[in-house]
Design a protein around this ligand. Sequence first.
Ligand code: UD1
Length: 318
Amino acid sequence: MAKYLITGIAGFIGSSLARALLAQGDEVRGLDNLSTGHRENIEEVAGEIDFRHADLLDLGAVRDACDGVDYILHHAAIPSVPKSVLDPLGSNAANLDGTVNVLIAARDAKVKRVVFAASSSAYGDTPTLPKREDMLPSPISPYAVTKLASEYYLTSFYRCYGLETVSLRYFNIFGPRQDPSSPYSGVLAKFITQMLAAEQPTILGDGKQSRDFTYIDNVIHANLLACQVSASAVAGKVLNVATGRRVDLNETFAILKQLIGYKGEAAYGPERAGDVKHSLADMASAEKYLGYKPVTDFEEGLRRTIAWYRTRQLTAAS
Ligand code: UD1
């Protein structure tokens, strides 16, 4: 049994990680300022976790949270490209300053390893596909810059202080508990809930933009591996976490339409500022260093996600 600290535990990914760790008998402590996460995501496991309502910018609280911890899964962030375009200072403080605080506290508390939720947005709009970790990054949005700079900090803490770090570059993660309600929500959470409510989703741009949409179970799998494998394989590294397959938005809408039984068509709106056209991961390094292979594919992930939102909708209506 190991002791984990999950930053951003009330978020969609953080709360899913907490459930997986509890299921395998680990001890879980969580930190969240509840700015984008929701208490209801951890309600069901509230009695089993040590939850701390605190901000990463409060270094004292982060230090307290790191005390006695083996592994940190660092997921707290303002997870939105458009939000960062509107408020770069806010994103920088939460995502980058927050990360430096986590690293300082982890180093001083002698935490074994820090696994970080990095982002495929670091690759930006470079034409080469698939994206390999050794390609020169080209972040477009302030969000992408905060995630990339955080990766550099992780690697530097490994190089300078020997703190074992792994940055997992997530490619458009989706699944149950992803918040569909904000204008900045991930496209699948939005489209699924809109279509289930017989509302019309809007494709921003021509719908030919593509993504390597990755179901949450793959992320959980990668995080567990990132804590288990030897330091010589992963410490200081940056690794893609995705599926190695991309689907464009028009196609995605057509698949959802069929799975949901939606009768309407999508609306089209203006392309979003800071948007990346195509995104697809090369999975060779994750396989080589982590032993990672996707465990759930896109369609199966969609089925499970739709089922979850459907149940939630029925529960809310009853
Ligand atoms: C980006 C990152 C992702 C990161 C996420 C955090 C890339 C390739 N991916 O996701 O790794 O976790 O930021 O927010 O940089 N869209 C619509 N209609 C909508 C909403 C979105 O058409 O109602 C479109 C967007 O314009 C975009 C695509 O759907 O082209 C995906 O958008 P979104 O789900 O917000 O994620 P990314 O910005 O791709």
